[in-house]
Design a binder for this molecule. Structure first.
Ligand code: NAI
Length: 253
């Protein structure tokens, strides 16, 4: 059986799905037969409508993941409307402006933590409560290759991405016996609006990345989506608490 056949009838929520990796993941889940709730601080109305016009089940939902009450409201709405939540991809994230650690402002630090770490915390908490009620589910959190190594000028962001791995590993132990699998995806340098903005501010980033990526190129959002889909599928039934690097061999040089 192909992975793409195993999402038929599943209810899946993806955060940060208006653009980049989240959008590619929402598209992949929808095309694999799932009903996908596309959550984003910028409501992905057009993106969901495009999928619906192609015959897939995609529903846009405006939600700021840093707001716990808003996340609870969204999960409650999903369960009230669709009866369950089979899989969730907690992917929304923001970058901190690139500066040495002591020059990052409190405001920048606090907002980065609120979205990149507390956002994942908020989502997991309500997803897990629902998955416990229904007897199982699969969660994938987006960390980064920066969840496993340091990068210059990104202290707040990298700290959050490391913390997401700690959260993933610990929660996977807490709930493994309850039929809930919790894994992390660690993308390398992926061509998305976030990466484009980083490169626009500092073109040297692209030169350095291309020099250092053994694959010799940046990754495509669809290459992350394939891995996320697999992590959420029954084919990954014994994969739990794992941090899956999809980085063109960047971190193993
Ligand atoms: P992106 O900037 O292209 O898309 C991120 C999406 O998240 C946007 O649609 C944005 O509106 C949404 N978002 C931002 N704050 C939000 C909030 N508070 N609540 C709900 N939605 C919010 O970013 P990209 O590149 O697709 O990144 C997705 C995830 O992958 C992030 O967690 C990022 O840290 C991670 N990542 C990206 C890499 C890359 O090279 N692009 C590398 C490693 C990790």
């Amino acid at each position: 059986m192909k992975t793409t056949e195993t999402m038929e009838g599943k209810v899946v929520m993806v955060t940060g799905s208006a653009a980049g990796i989240g959008l590619a993941c929402a598209q992949a889940f929808a095309k694999a037969g799932a009903t996908v709730i596309m959550a984003d601080i910028n409501e992905p109305k057009e993106q969901a409508e495009k999928l619906a016009a192609e015959g897939f089940n995609a529903i846009p939902y405006r939600c700021d993941v840093s707001n716990a009450a808003a996340v609870k409201e969204m999960i409650d709405w999903i369960v009230a409307t669709y009866g369950r939540l089979d899989a969730a991809h907690n992917n929304a994230g923001i970058q901190t402006p690139q500066r040495p650690m002591a020059e990052i402002t409190d405001e920048e630090y606090n907002r980065t933590v609120a979205v990149d770490l507390t956002g994942v915390w908020n989502c997991m908490r309500y997803e897990i409560r629902q998955m416990l009620k229904q007897g199982g589910g699969a969660i994938v959190n987006t960390s980064s290759m920066g969840g496993t190594v340091g990068f210059p000028g990104q202290a707040a962001y990298i700290a959050c991405k490391h913390a997401v791995l700690g959260l993933t590993k610990t929660a996977s132990i807490d709930y493994a016996a309850k039929g809930i699998r919790i894994n992390a995806i660690c993308p390398g340098a992926i061509l998305t609006p976030m990466a484009a903005e980083l490169i626009q501010h500092n073109p040297q980033v692209e030169t350095d990345l291309l020099r250092d990526i053994p694959a010799g190129r940046m990754g495509r959002p669809e290459e992350i989506a394939d891995a996320v889909l697999w992590l959420c599928s029954p084919q990954a039934s014994y994969v739990n608490g794992h941090a899956l690097l999809v980085d063109g061999a960047y971190t193993v040089r």
